[in-house]
Design a protein around this ligand. Structure first.
Ligand SMILES: NC(=O)C1=CN([C@@H]2O[C@H](COP(=O)(O)OP(=O)(O)OC[C@H]3O[C@@H](n4cnc5c(N)ncnc54)[C@H](O)[C@@H]3O)[C@@H](O)[C@H]2O)C=CC1
Ligand SMILES: O=C(O)[C@H]1O[C@H](OP(=O)(O)OP(=O)(O)OC[C@H]2O[C@@H](n3ccc(=O)[nH]c3=O)[C@H](O)[C@@H]2O)[C@H](O)[C@@H](O)[C@@H]1O
Length: 465
């Protein structure tokens, strides 16, 4: 079997960085180089102060600290890394297209194509090219075509190896993956490439957890896994609305159905809506692909998961407005949390952005506190929506680094991220700091209803009347 000595990964983002750090830590004899065109990002990965790494993940800095400059390198020398590696992972972003055909639904593959062209131009020896990014089914075909038609006559084997880590638990998910999926051609060379990649993961994972399939099943399984997970969240969120009308409690419903081993307890937490860079993008992609094959009913079925999620975010914002006597104009509303989930500094598609946007439309004055998200990111998220001019966003929304300052003389607090520290606050003090009646809208079902009511809050928890 081909032994892998040098790996490179194009894309030093939320997936490329942590994934390659773990591979390097677990495979000390393999040289792993992570390259990116973004110089600032690479400089941050090389920061001496490990608290400055561009991705925050529990356990990541320890792993980078151990492997960096031993067999883990971060660099902007893309060509050099391609040239010297036997195996090249592509882990660049694949956002939803914002222009042209498929705008708003299809995946934008321009970054993937650029990588394929770079590899084709530089490679002088045979390479295994691994799709780590999430891609529409049959993308490997396009990559293969570019590599074979513009390459220097070298052999390329293309594998699909989608990543299933979740942010906030990336390191644990990588070290204890439920499964690793490797798709490849059903040929002798394809089998050899799949086995070579499998041998990398076998450094720390049992072989039974490494699944091999054909390329198309692997590409499609990634989209389907995310669609099923997001569908569970939308399903329970739809029920949360019904609970609020019927005096049922969504946590009790989740627990009751989750005890059924056929349903299972995970991913049944009602929330203000799912966020993150992938659920929406991957479902839209699935919808687009289904529609492009004329499968209208299939497309409509999955699109409903997104429609329900948009409804849940809107419903949360509307409840704040109607509860605050139908006007939030000039009212101070503190946001606890901006990240799309706890333990990450990632805010992409976070529900907080859309709830803020709806409240800013009503001239609310928002003060945000998030333990890991910077002011710069928060303004960038809002400006990206282009709903109002950037000065207006800065006039109406402020960012603070002290949760008590956010609460001071606020009409309401909205909990948008389930950070553990919010549970530890002295809520009596928070109550005293706020204007009365002091409203709390808990979009994460984080706090205890009885305690909050006893303290005097008007407390609203998603999925509970
Ligand atoms: N964020 C997540 O939790 C997960 C993401 N994925 C998938 O992994 C892929 C990457 O996602 P993230 O790491 O979150 O994206 P990201 O945006 O954090 O990182 C992508 C990086 O690729 C770089 N890049 C783009 N084009 C390049 C080129 N031609 N040459 C060199 N570098 C280039 C960008 O500068 C950026 O730093 C996406 O397809 C995503 O769907 C899969 C599982 C989990
Ligand atoms: O392809 C990806 O990017 C990744 O997408 C998700 O991971 P991630 O988005 O990082 O985080 P999740 O834990 O899945 O949470 C997604 C969103 O759903 C929300 N959620 C999750 C679970 C739940 O019960 N309720 C709920 O509202 C979270 O708060 C968050 O906003 C998947 O869980 C990963 O397997 C996948 O690799």
């Amino acid at each position: 079997m081909k032994k892998i000595n040098k790996i490179c990964c194009i894309g030093a983002g939320y997936v490329g960085g942590p994934t390659m750090s773990v591979i390097a830590q677990q495979c000390p004899e393999i040289k792993v180089t992570v390259v990116d065109i973004n110089k600032e990002r690479i400089a941050l990965w090389n920061s001496e102060d490990l608290d400055k790494l561009p991705v925050y993940e529990p356990g990541l800095k320890e792993i980078v600290g151990e492997a960096r400059d031993r067999n883990l390198f971060f660099s902007t020398e893309v060509d050099q890394a391609i040239d010297e590696s036997e195996m090249i992972f592509i882990s660049v972003n694949t956002p939803t297209k914002t222009y042209g055909k498929g705008k708003g639904q299809a995946a934008d593959l321009k970054f993937i194509e650029l990588c394929a062209r770079d590899i084709a131009r530089v490679a002088k020896t045979d390479k295994i090219v691994v799709e780590k990014s999430t891609l529409p089914v049959r993308t490997a075909e396009a990559i293969k075509s570019i590599l074979e038609n513009t390459g220097n006559g070298v052999n390329f084997e293309i594998l699909s190896n989608p990543e299933f880590l979740a942010e906030g638990t990336a390191i644990d998910d990588l070290l204890n993956a439920d499964r690793v999926l490797i798709g490849g051609a059903e040929t002798e060379a394809g089998q050899e490439a799949k086995d070579a990649l499998s041998s990398v993961y076998e450094h720390w994972l049992p072989k039974e957890r490494i699944l091999q399939t054909n390329v198309w099943s692997s590409e499609l399984s990634k989209l389907v896994a995310n669609a099923f997970l997001a569908q569970r969240v939308s399903s329970i969120n739809s029920i949360s609305a019904l609970c609020e009308k019927t005096d049922a409690n969504v946590a009790e419903v989740s627990r009751a159905i989750g005890f059924d081993s056929r349903i299972g307890p995970k991913f049944l937490n009602a929330s203000v809506g799912f966020g993150g860079s992938c659920f929406q993008k991957d479902i839209l992609n699935l919808v687009y692909i289904s529609r492009s094959f004329g499968l209208e009913e299939v497309a409509d079925y999955w699109e409903q998961v997104i429609i329900m999620n948009d409804y849940q975010k809107r419903r949360f914002a509307e409840n704040i407005i109607s509860t605050l006597y139908n006007t939030v104009s000039g009212k101070k509303i503190a946001f606890y949390g901006w990240a799309f989930k706890k333990d990450t500094n990632d805010t992409r598609e976070s529900a907080a952005i859309y709830v803020a946007d709806a409240l800013l439309d009503e001239q609310a004055e928002i003060v945000v506190y998030d333990p890991k998200v910077t002011e710069e990111t928060i303004y960038a998220d809002l400006d990206y929506l282009k709903t109002r001019d950037p000065q207006e966003n800065r006039r109406l929304l402020k960012v603070v680094t002290d949760p008590m300052e956010a609460a001071k003389e606020a009409h309401a607090i909205a909990i948008l991220t389930e950070w553990d520290e919010f549970k530890e606050y002295d809520w009596q003090k928070v109550y005293e700091a706020m204007l009365k009646p002091a409203f709390v809208f808990d979009g994460r079902r984080l706090l205890d209803s009885d305690k909050m009511n006893e303290l005097g809050f008007k407390y609203y928890k998603i999925g509970q009347s």
